[in-house]
Design a protein. Structure first.
Length: 502
């Protein structure tokens, strides 16, 4: 990167790549009916248009993050975006159920490889606490705002063109992101694969996470008591336990377990898990409420989320960095979570004959404001305690928390909605009233997830008395043996968080 180049340009490129990937995770949901009609999907197999992307995405993040630490995060990012874009092109040309599902799987692989290192790259290239706060806030907007933009883009593209364009649009954007990344983001090499790749650990965690995500999303169709769920669920846990045991004894672990000795890292990941588990309820059940209860078409439902995206942008890009430095990320995190709880409780009072301006917009704006505060605060707390050599694996860890939290959260919410809707329909309620009752339960459960995250943040993250330590020495880069272990960004005292050691 040349000295004359604006410092914000590489950040914008990385956030554009992240937003493209997040948008794709949501843009497909709106287009599913059109995909079903065009490719003659059965109702049972249609869900795999989504799941075939989610399974590899959730399973590969940790491995891709560590790979970035070893061979260079910029290279891994560019490779992932290239694969994601190529798979998107193939998805657009798919002519059958099988081909679309296979290409979506490849798209999920590319998405995981690309996004695994982005947060670590942003934190590592930040010069000081202010830049780190601004960078993480921009990343948070790309991640949270991308969800609402995806809902809008899906409605627009499906209504005005065809479902194929929800995939084709990724190709020029992805090509531009790769070209700009290679020209603006500084090249990092890492110690190289010669240092040793924990192949056994990579296989265990990737297979374990993929199997866990598959079990969760498939349980929605076959039930939690089915033979497949009962067998595969425990098997995924066994693989993940084996991974932890492997990492405790490996010479060069894929995931240094010492990273979890930091209260910031452990608590921030747990808070983010609960936060995302709840926020998935806004995008999914909020869209269903607008379409199935208020009667909106896909385009109208997408437009209804524009104020939320603008609110997230205004808060995360305009206020978050200042709030981090003025009141500290812990206070900002607790305040954001409180707004999210209030927003979901507000949605639980939505009416069958209600209006957008009264029943949806006020509560959704609270949720957008809360997300714009809470997400960058949680990520900043976690990344500030990580050594530079572990930035990739820490980034992959945060992304994994998001994916697993979203999968589990949506499954729990969906199961509760189904149970409540069936009960209301059986008691004589109209179909619309039964659906609304189910959605109310989903919003209240989402509020409970956010409330649990708030309690966890308030209890585990206290005002600082000492700075957090760096990661375990063996996880440091081989070419920095004598260097004092620096961390990504500010100390705990600068950010207003508690002691790292539990």
């Amino acid at each position: 990167m040349t000295r004359s180049m604006p410092r914000w340009l590489p950040l914008a490129v990385l956030c554009a790549g992240q937003m493209m990937i997040v948008i794709d995770q949501n843009i497909v949901n709106v287009a599913l009916p059109a995909v079903q009609r065009s490719l003659h999907f059965s109702s049972a197999s249609l869900v795999w248009v989504v799941n075939s992307y989610v399974v590899p995405f959730g399973g590969l993040l940790l491995f891709a993050g560590r790979l970035g630490d070893l061979i260079g995060r910029r290279s891994v990012f560019a490779t992932g975006v290239t694969l994601f874009s190529a798979a998107s092109l193939l998805c657009g040309f798919a002519t059958s159920e099988a081909t679309l599902i296979v290409f979506r799987f490849a798209q999920g692989v590319g998405g995981a490889v690309a996004s695994a290192c982005v947060l670590g790259m942003i934190a590592a290239m930040s010069a000081g606490p202010r830049e780190q706060a601004q960078g993480i806030a921009a990343y948070s907007f790309a991640s949270a705002g991308g969800g609402t933009v995806g809902t809008l883009a899906g409605g627009v593209l499906t209504d005005l063109t065809s479902w194929s364009w929800i995939f084709f649009i990724n190709v020029p954007i992805g090509a531009l992101v790769v070209i700009c990344a290679l020209r603006t983001v500084e090249r990092d090499t890492g110690p190289g694969l010669a240092r040793g790749v924990d192949i056994a650990g990579a296989l265990l965690v990737t297979s374990g996470l993929m199997l866990l995500v598959y079990t969760i999303v498939h349980a929605e169709q076959v039930g939690w008591g089915s033979t497949g769920t009962v067998v595969l669920g425990p098997l995924s846990i066994v693989l993940l336990v084996a991974f932890v045991l492997r990492e405790a004894t490996a010479v060069q672990p894929l995931l240094p377990l010492g990273i979890f000795r930091s209260r910031q890292v452990s608590a921030a990941n747990a808070v983010q898990f609960l936060l995302i588990a709840g926020l998935f309820g806004l995008l999914y059940f909020g869209t269903l409420y607008l379409q199935r209860v208020l009667g909106y078409n896909p385009l109208e439902a997408g437009l209804a989320f524009v104020p939320i995206a603008l609110t997230i942008a205004a808060v995360s890009l305009g206020l978050a960095a200042r709030l981090v430095l003025s009141v500290g990320p812990r206070t900002m995190l607790v305040g954001g979570l409180a707004l999210i709880v209030l927003g979901f409780v507000g949605l639980s009072f939505s009416r069958a004959d209600g209006s957008y301006l009264v029943d949806f917009l006020p509560a959704s704006l609270l949720l957008g404001c809360g997300a714009g505060m809470a997400l960058p605060a949680a990520m900043g707390l976690g990344m500030s305690a990580v050594a530079p050599a572990d930035a990739g694996i820490a980034s992959g860890l945060f992304n994994t928390s998001q994916q697993i939290g979203g999968a589990i959260g949506l499954t729990v919410l969906n199961a509760a909605v189904g149970t409540r809707t069936t009960a209301l329909a059986g008691s004589g309620s109209s179909p619309r009233a039964a659906l609304l009752g189910g959605y109310h339960v989903a919003f209240l459960l989402a509020a409970a997830f956010a409330l649990a995250a708030l309690a966890l943040a308030a209890i585990t993250l206290r005002p600082a008395t000492e700075p957090p330590p760096a990661a375990e020495p063996e996880s440091m880069s081989a070419h920095e043996p004598e260097r004092e272990p620096a961390r990504l960004g500010a100390t705990g005292a600068e950010l207003g968080v508690g002691p790292a050691e539990v």
